[in-house]
Write a protein that binds this ligand. Sequence first.
Ligand code: BT5
Length: 264
Amino acid sequence: MDITTWKKRLSDLPLGDIYLYQQVGSTNQEAEFLIEKDAPAFSLVAANEQTAGRGRHGRTWETRAGKALAFSWILYPEPGWIRPESLGKLSGLGALAVAEVLTDKYQLEAEIKWPNDVLVGGKKVSGILVDVHWTGTQIKDAVLGIGINVHQGSVPDEQDLHFPAISLQELAGRKIDRLDLLVQILESLLKWYPKLTSESFTAIWREKLAYKNQAVILTAGEEIIDQGTLLGISEEGSLILLSDDGSERLFMTGEIQLRLVDRS
Ligand code: BT5
């Protein structure tokens, strides 16, 4: 990562401050430190390598040097798009921006595996991690972290994965420029963020939802929470499941993991 070139190009976008690192523990963690030092809204934190990249619920996310994109976007409640009831949509925002770019710019059929993964051909190419910080019952800030496997060699060894993964380069069959990809995704984030509470946002998110009308299992850790047919996403971003007992249920992001039922 040539920090000078990256900074110059990224400065054309309406972001806050731009923080670029050759190596950090986690860009989401770094964003938290920068928020404490009053980093402005829409600041970007990106790294060439993460040594302690974070997934959800204490899991890890691998970002090998020079192979992937790992970045975090700093958001504050003003000017009013993030509210407690729209927080469930922030993972969707990240996933939607990545999926939209993969489809529009790289001609790939990208799908969103609720709540936070982007899949192509059933394999994970990107993961999203949203960290929200509160002051009492008020949202103080939110950090939207996005990791994307870009080049060959970015995908962790199979034994370290719970779910099959792939790189964008393997999918696209051509060389990918990480800076172009980052700019494209930021443009999509900037476009969709003001529409977070609009119906058009939910509509396109639903359109890109993986496993629609398929049999799925919802788990939390080792525990099966529910099983049924995935119907869609509610206006607030909850998953709608037609449970096998016939009732329709809503699930908020929380600890929940989703997988297809293997009918083979
Ligand atoms: C995620 O968690 O998918 C969220 C990943 C978010 C990463 C970004 S990078 C920038 C920002 N800074 C951070 O520190 N994090 C964010 P989850 O659904 O919990 O998936 C984690 C699981 O994915 C792990 O337990 C591994 O099995 C697998 N995994 C780890 N690294 C991977 C990779 N590079 N590609 C695909 N799967 C991976």
